[in-house]
Ligand binder design. Structure first.
Ligand SMILES: [Zn+2]
Length: 338
């Protein structure tokens, strides 16, 4: 089969790899329907994380079950399935507490930009749709497996509720999906921080009521102007840089909450400042599996269409161009068709 391999920063190649096989009775093999490049794939691509030895890439997937191990009874060959970037057994204490992305048997997916993928913990991880969904819905379902689930977690962690004022820091695919989540949870004001016009338009279409282009202390002043002088109830940090984290912490009102879902890089938090801010802070890898049944339903019924974050569609053999376009911010998110 074909699969994307990173050799060094900036060097992604589509190569011929061995077909994946069932290694454990809890595995399944799926044939990829569509996959994509994630904003977090850009960290190693840009050399911000060491790439080490050449290795496969990709952690977002929807597909058709090809084969299941002897202990997998919840899905069967031929079904269309959606999963999560973090696999989970759905039975351990952390899963039962609602944090499947901290499953005691967790394995992170890392080989999904390929024709076929082995899914560990398939019984707990994969959710089958009733029928084979219309092709138009595949991008939205693919978004649910990572960026939409992560945007939802940002809003959930920041305790967005009906009537909330919300700030979204970051206008990548996760930030845009966080706007969708805030809207669905009933926020009355959703302020998207973005300087990029096509992304501002999409944020508005997804439910943003205001756009703030300023950054840093100017950005904080603008947020305060828009929120009665005190800051927002909920701030959704969807980037992971020190600047974005500072922006998020300073944009929340005393007693407000920050959900941080951008993977932090060189981020430190000042304990004294946090103490006196009265701001609640929660983040981490999104517990996507907990949200899957609900989010799949919202996509299938047309309540939400997070598939709109894909503004570039390429055949899998042009995966390198997908990375380049996202790195150069020519694309929000690249969809790959095997
Ligand atoms: Zn578990």
């Amino acid at each position: 089969m074909r699969g994307a391999v990173i050799h060094a920063p900036g060097d992604i190649r589509l190569e011929t790899l061995d077909d994946p096989k069932i290694l454990h009775p809890t595995d399944a093999i799926i044939r990829t329907a569509v996959t994509c490049v994630c904003g977090s794939d850009l960290w190693p691509y840009r050399g911000a994380e060491p790439t080490g030895a050449a290795h496969p890439m990709g952690h977002e997937y929807v597909g058709f079950v090809e084969e299941v191990g002897s202990e997998v009874t919840s899905v069967k060959p031929g079904q269309f399935v959606v999963g999560s970037f973090a696999t989970s057994d759905n039975t351990c204490a952390n899963c039962r507490n609602g944090f499947p992305s901290s499953c005691l048997n967790r394995e992170f997916m890392s080989t999904c930009q390929a024709d076929y993928v082995r899914i560990p913990n398939a019984q707990g991880t994969l959710v089958a749709t009733g029928d084979i969904p219309d092709r138009r819905l595949w991008p939205g379902l693919l978004a649910v497996s990572d960026v939409m689930g992560t945007g939802w977690w940002a809003a959930d962690a920041a305790e967005v509720e009906p009537g909330s004022t919300v700030v979204v820091v970051g206008d990548g695919a996760v930030g845009l999906c966080a706007v969708i989540a805030a809207k669905e949870m009933g926020a009355q004001q959703i302020i998207a921080m973005s300087r990029h016009e096509p992304r501002q338009r999409l944020a508005r279409r997804f439910g943003a009521t205001d756009i703030v282009t300023e950054r840093g202390e100017e950005g904080v002043s603008r947020i305060k102007e828009l929120t009665g002088g005190i800051g927002a109830d909920s701030v959704l940090e969807c980037v992971g840089t020190p600047e974005a984290t500072r922006q998020a912490l300073h944009s929340a009102r005393p007693g407000g909450n920050v959900g941080f879902v951008g993977v932090p890089h060189d981020v430190t938090v000042d304990g004294q400042e946090l103490f006196f801010s009265h701001v609640g802070l929660r983040g981490g890898p999104a517990p996507v599996r907990r949200y899957l049944p609900d989010l799949i339903d919202r996509v299938l019924t047309g309540a939400i269409d997070p598939g709109e974050v894909f503004d570039l569609t390429l055949p899998l053999d042009q995966v390198a161009e997908g990375y380049r376009a996202m790195d150069e911010r020519r694309a929000i998110k690249a969809l790959l068709q095997p």
